[in-house]
Design a binder for this molecule. Structure first.
Ligand SMILES: NC(=O)c1ccc[n+]([C@@H]2O[C@H](COP(=O)([O-])OP(=O)(O)OC[C@H]3O[C@@H](n4cnc5c(N)ncnc54)[C@H](O)[C@@H]3O)[C@@H](O)[C@H]2O)c1
Length: 301
């Protein structure tokens, strides 16, 4: 039987703070395939995530196929806007949600993983995070600061993860990030430079795949899922309409389930994906192939 087997592998999923996003569904799929999973969570969301987990609020979503509950081996703080702690401004470091949690930078996360699990603690790193403070503004009205923040947090953060984590991945490691179709098509309402950030993320996926493949033998891919009403997407304000439109106009006229994104991620990150690197794979019921929208039911004559 051909199966996705991640037994003995350890994955880090960056960008999990509740059970409603793609990071969660990817973490769960990796665990279903046998991997041990650590999470990295944005400091402002860290306490509430830990508390809700402890209080059993996510127990329904934690249920695995064998009846056990999804476990996170560790949950680390990570603010992917900062490569090292010194990069974080004083007002962030002393903020009550950051103070006392230790080094929450990308370099700090590497040190914590090494301290907990040794020099090569990981096989898999997933980047499932994005933030654009002006996402509701059209590009025409986006400030330089808003644009650069969107690109810094949502795209450069992946470059930083790949460059910091490549040396501590075991041989044949794999990276994955999450893009969106706004990288190459116009998606009104997805503003603030977020479309630019996703375009950068996809371009970087190819370049990083080359550099990291040659230097370390690791793979770098991206998934481009269809819309889903996660916390981040709901904050943009157009997610319900976008989900309805996409489902109505895709070749497969049905809602996308985050489990389908988790399954695609597990494949790409597993040894079954060993021939795939530098790729952006759509998981969107085929919506990206359409040149002319049609909500009509259609049968070829
Ligand atoms: N939901 C969608 O419709 C959709 C579609 C395509 C791609 N994506 C992408 O999927 C990924 C996950 O998003 P999601 O929609 O599942 O929402 P989500 O809310 O589950 O995940 C986004 C995460 O990013 C974290 N985050 C924000 N700023 C951060 C920072 N500076 N450092 C560390 N973490 C930070 C948030 O705390 C949150 O946990 C993102 O890259 C998003 O762009 C989402």
């Amino acid at each position: 039987m051909l199966s996705i087997d991640l037994k003995g592998k350890r994955a880090l999923v960056a960008g999990v703070a509740d059970d409603g996003g793609y990071g969660w569904s990817i973490a769960k799929a990796l665990a279903e395939a046998g991997a041990t999973v650590c999470a990295a969570t944005w400091p402002p969301a860290l306490n509430i995530f830990r508390t809700m987990l402890e209080r059993g609020k996510f127990d329904d979503s934690r249920k695995m196929n064998d009846g056990s509950l999804l476990q996170f081996e560790r949950i680390y703080p990570l603010d992917a806007a900062y490569d090292k702690l010194e990069d974080a401004p004083e007002d962030v470091r002393t903020n009550r949600r950051y103070a006392g949690i230790g080094d929450f930078s990308v370099a700090g996360l590497v040190q914590r993983l090494k301290a907990d699990f040794g020099d090569t603690p990981l096989d898999i790193v997933v980047h499932s995070l994005a933030n654009g403070p002006e996402v509701k503004k059209p590009l025409l009205e986006t400030s330089r600061h808003g644009y650069l923040t969107a690109v810094g947090v949502s795209a450069y953060s992946f470059v930083s993860l790949v460059s910091h984590f490549s040396p501590i991945l075991r041989p044949k490691g794999a990276f994955l990030s999450l893009s969106y179709i706004a990288s190459e098509r116009v998606c009104p309402g997805y503003g603030g430079g977020m479309s630019s950030a996703k375009a950068a993320l996809e371009s970087d996926t190819r370049t990083l795949a080359f550099e990291v493949g040659r230097k370390y033998g690791h793979r770098v891919n991206a998934l481009s899922p269809g819309p889903w009403g996660s916390r981040a997407a709901s904050a943009i304000g157009i997610i319900e309409e976008t989900m309805r439109y996409t489902a109505a106009n895709a070749p497969l006229q049905e809602a996308l389930n985050p489990e389908e994104v988790g399954a695609a991620a597990a494949f790409l990150l597993s040894p079954l994906g060993s021939g795939v690197t530098g790729t952006v794979m759509y998981v969107d019921k085929g919506y990206h192939t359409m040149g002319k929208a049609t909500e009509e039911r259609y049968s070829a004559p």
